[in-house]
Design a protein around this ligand. Sequence first.
Ligand code: ZN
Length: 271
Amino acid sequence: MSRLCVHTITTKPLNLDQCLVEFPKRGISGITIWRQALEGRELATVKRQIADSGMEIVSLCRGGFFPSSTAAGRRAAIDDNLLAIEQANAIGAPLIVLVCGAVPGLSLMESRKQIADGIAAVLPAAEQAGVKLAIEPLHPMYADDRSAVNTMRQAHEICDALGSPKMLGIAVDVYHVWWDPELKEQINHAGRTGRLQAFHICDWKTPTTDLLNDRGLMGEGCINIRQISDWVDATGFTGHREVEIFSHKWWSGDQGEFLDQITSSYARLYA
Ligand code: ZN
């Protein structure tokens, strides 16, 4: 359990105070906080509460959504990412996950250019705050309005285009990249370049009934999670394995039981 992290969105019905009690009770050692869980809270207090829980804060989710069809929209996105960097710094999160964004009607190539420009605009603030940024490639089914970065190769290309800055890396989420025939090679490349910064797990259900909120618990679907995880570890990655599940099904039930299922499926996966 020493590498098990759970995202606050995974147990969406629980507020942050409840997560900080229920996660460590089950031996979960890391927490990734979604920004909506911070709403209305004093960030210095949150930082103290996390420390008191005994858990490590792994990352803040999420920044990104850089592309826009208007200059004002792109400026607002940059401002929001600068705010995310301040928030991460205030609660002690070492990393922000970037869901890079896409806009229907804007070409994917233009979106990718705007993503690179947006990241470049916020990198100095990230460097100053000591907060890393991780590009999370999203499954191509989200290329219309969530991310124009859909493969690890594309994430690497953005890192390369920006001169491979030290504070910029990649978050590998099995849900988004499990299908990629280049996956093993791209994970190796992320290891070699020092870009592998986060690893997210869940499962792909057949049939998937909702494009966003029907992710499966590990073992409920068809992803070769353990094999991908072994490829990640083979690069020397020793960070947390972060359980990130958006699921109407699991959110509608008892969250304590869901957390028990998470820890038992995690234990089976890594037995
Ligand atoms: Zn993820």
